[in-house]
Design a protein around this ligand. Structure first.
Ligand code: ZN
Ligand code: ZN
Length: 364
């Protein structure tokens, strides 16, 4: 699945300022928000695409990596796994960013909040990737992966308040978590934009996390990858995502598998294909040839009279199939090489051979 350029996704220039990026994302998020496009898969996909682009371009570290190395540079940077989020999840996630504007929800006029201000919510899922070669795919592998995730700040245990101080009552809502706007008949009650419904605000922020309660932290986990795994499949590691809010459970980590191309072998489901050149004398007379396999080279007998493109099957030398648990085969396709240079003796012999064939060849 090829990913689009993040700048292109948001429709901004490479040197766009943080404000430009924020504005562009806000505009697109409103356009494609699931609340405005119910049951529109295309809009949902666009919404996620924009959110992912925004996650990268709004973070100076991620943006720097992306500018320098492209999509590959973001591996292990603790990217959120958008493929597993629904619109509301992303909405909740970016509420943090747009909280100061009263939240995106207010812009849609829905006023809907799926997350109760004081209630616990599950942490976000993260995605990372791991590279495997075909030998590892054949046996399965245990991989150690390192990634960065937001974890509770160790200094303040995630509270966001400096040691020894407690959050104070929110001055904007007086601690109710709600504010009303307008007047007379049509009073609109909505979640307080300053405390985001909590009723309290951090008055003396923790210095280490600047009041967010979270800090990026490196994490190393060991993951078992089953034999027969395919490119793009993900292994779910439960509870290795970001911590939940209000004591909610951690999200999960999804580790996507990338398979390194093999020098000689191509994969076709559970079969492995090798294309091996042989000489025309080997093809005509038969021979035992060396063919590349997953475990070094192995020998294969080619019968006399083998034609260009013939395929030979070595049973059970392919990869295991995760569903059927059967092991595939190795297929060897031979190509016949015509000698481009002949020494004197070889040419003489071939001319003699051509005479017996009674075929017309160029004279010497
Ligand atoms: Zn802290
Ligand atoms: Zn408030």
């Amino acid at each position: 699945m090829a990913k689009r350029d993040y700048y292109e996704t948001l429709g901004v220039k490479k040197d766009a300022s943080a404000d430009d990026i924020k504005r562009a994302y806000r505009r697109l998020a409103m356009k494609y928000h699931p609340d405005k496009n119910p049951d529109n898969k295309e809009a949902e996909a666009k919404f996620k695409e924009c959110a992912e682009a925004y996650e990268v371009l709004s973070d100076p570290e991620k943006r720097g990596r992306y500018d320098q190395f492209g999509h590959d540079g973001l591996r292990g940077m603790g990217m959120h796994d958008y493929s597993r989020m629904n619109g509301q999840d992303i909405f909740s996630m970016f509420e943090d960013i747009f909280g100061g504007f009263g939240g995106l929800g207010d812009l849609f006029g829905t006023g809907r909040r799926t997350r109760k201000p004081s209630g616990a919510s599950r942490g976000y899922d993260l995605e990372t990737s791991v590279e495997m070669n075909l030998s590892e795919v054949s046996k399965g592998a245990e991989k150690t992966i390192e990634f960065t995730r937001q974890d509770a700040c160790t200094e303040c245990s995630g509270s966001g308040s400096a040691k020894g101080s407690a959050p104070g009552r929110c001055p904007a809502c007086g601690g109710t978590g709600q504010v009303s706007r307008g007047g007379g008949f049509f009073q609109m009650v909505s979640t307080c934009p300053q405390c985001r419904g909590a009723g309290t605000i951090i008055t003396n922020p923790c210095r280490k996390c600047r009041g967010s309660g979270r800090l990026p932290k490196k994490r190393v986990v060991s993951i078992k990858i089953p034999a027969g795994v395919h490119e793009g499949q993900a292994v779910r590691v439960a509870s290795e995502g970001e911590p939940g809010r209000g004591g909610g459970p951690r999200g999960d980590l999804y580790c996507y598998v990338r398979i390194k191309p093999h020098e000689f072998l191509q994969r076709d489901r559970s079969d492995l294909i090798a294309v091996v050149p042989i000489s025309f004398t080997q093809a005509a007379l038969g021979a035992t040839i060396d063919v590349p396999s997953l475990n070094g080279t192995r020998q294969l007998k080619i019968p006399a009279g083998t034609q260009y493109g013939s395929v030979f099957r070595i049973k059970g030398q392919g990869l295991p199939d995760m569903r059927t648990r059967r092991t595939g085969d190795q297929l060897v396709q031979v190509t016949v090489e015509t000698p481009s240079k002949l020494n004197k003796k070889q040419e003489e012999l071939l001319r003699e051979f051509a005479e017996t064939e009674n075929k017309n060849v160029f004279p010497q």
